[in-house]
Ligand binder design. Sequence first.
Ligand code: SF4
Ligand code: SF4
Length: 89
Amino acid sequence: MKKFLLKPPEELVTPAGHRFRILRHFCKGCRICVEFCPTGTLDLDDRFKVKVAHPEKCVACRMCELRCPDLAIYVTRAKKQKGQDGAES
Ligand code: SF4
Ligand code: SF4
């Protein structure tokens, strides 16, 4: 797939540790991701490309990734941290 990527994705890590990769040149500004996001995390910028307007709101449900028709946005959920007793929190 890499040879089709004209530019590297923009990357952003939210305060909770979820990781966004956004391929701006794939985004056509249709707002589907903005409308489907249940937490109001996303918006479009002044060039009609998706932007992570409120990264602290993202719950990593991946609805934006699953609904984007142009494969322009990807979300990777933060890994769960293990406590000292080895239990995941
Ligand atoms: S759904 Fe995809 S193409 Fe549409 S605005 Fe969001 S990232 Fe861009
Ligand atoms: S992963 Fe979920 S909460 Fe985060 S921006 Fe996408 S749709 Fe919104």
